[in-house]
Design a protein around this ligand. Structure first.
Ligand SMILES: C[S@@+](CC[C@H](N)C(=O)[O-])C[C@H]1O[C@@H](n2cnc3c(N)ncnc32)[C@H](O)[C@@H]1O
Length: 224
């Protein structure tokens, strides 16, 4: 994993934090963010009343993240993102809606998952529209590769799920193939999943739809 960890699946885009996002970021970071630590998260301590525990990787502006958390107050959610304006936006939504069941970690998801998430501790993982890294020479920067898939599969409880969506056809094909080849996982569908009714539209989904891209859903379970 050490060599793989050097490959970043994201490019930090500079600036462009609106005044509102900056204000929310500065005021709310210490309230709704969890710091990156080399230690497993104690879900029961952070969310004492929660039933199930879910993780979203690369939430972007977090539009789906807060919508799902709001609809499911009985569950606990952690969103991971490295893009500060998106973190600021999600923090302001958490505050506005008074959500007690959603926390944010601003850090590289690979490190967070490796060091902060205990094995078999999650009921589900969401990865919506991961960066497609369109040029062939950049494919190695795509987040969803066999090693990463093995890593996240180990964090899901038996019977829990892994749900990814992409509008980038060859990346979607790669995701379907890599998940299919991971022996801890099984497809809930024969190949592509039906659209899952509780997932609302994301910013990157809207961009894809404007370009007439097909939205591909991939939904696997960790084997019991
Ligand atoms: C194409 S955007 C999609 C955002 C959002 N899910 C949506 O659908 O609108 C992918 C996001 O993943 C984030 N990302 C990529 N690799 C990451 C990593 N290793 N750790 C945390 N976030 C990451 C990027 O910063 C970016 O915001």
């Amino acid at each position: 994993m050490s060599e793989k960890k050097l490959i970043k699946s994201y490019m930090l885009r500079k600036g462009r934090m609106s005044d509102g996002q900056r204000l929310a970021y500065e005021k709310l970071k210490d309230v709704h963010c969890l710091s990156y630590e080399d230690k497993s998260i104690d879900f029961k301590k952070i969310f004492p009343d929660s039933g199930k525990h879910f993780l979203e990787i690369g939430f972007g502006m977090g539009d789906v993240t807060h919508a799902i958390a709001e609809k499911n107050p009985q569950n606990a959610y952690i969103g991971i993102e490295v893009h500060s304006p998106g973190v600021g936006k999600l923090l302001s939504e958490i505050d506005k809606k008074g959500l007690k069941n959603l926390k944010v970690i601003e850090h590289d998801a690979v490190e967070v998952i490796t060091n902060m998430i205990a094995d078999e501790s999650l009921d589900g993982i969401h990865i919506f529209f991961p960066d497609p890294w369109q040029k062939t020479k950049h494919y190695k920067r795509r987040l969803i590769q066999p090693d990463f898939t093995r890593l996240i599969a180990t964090k899901i409880k038996p019977g829990g799920y892994l749900y990814a969506v992409s509008d980038w056809e060859d990346y979607a094909q790669q995701i379907l193939q890599v998940f299919s080849e991971e022996e801890m996982l099984e497809n809930k569908f024969s190949d592509w999943a039906e659209p899952i009714e509780w997932r609302t539209e994301t910013k990157f989904e809207r961009k894809g739809l404007k370009k007439n891209h097909l939205i591909r859903e991939v939904f696997f379970k960790r084997k019991e």
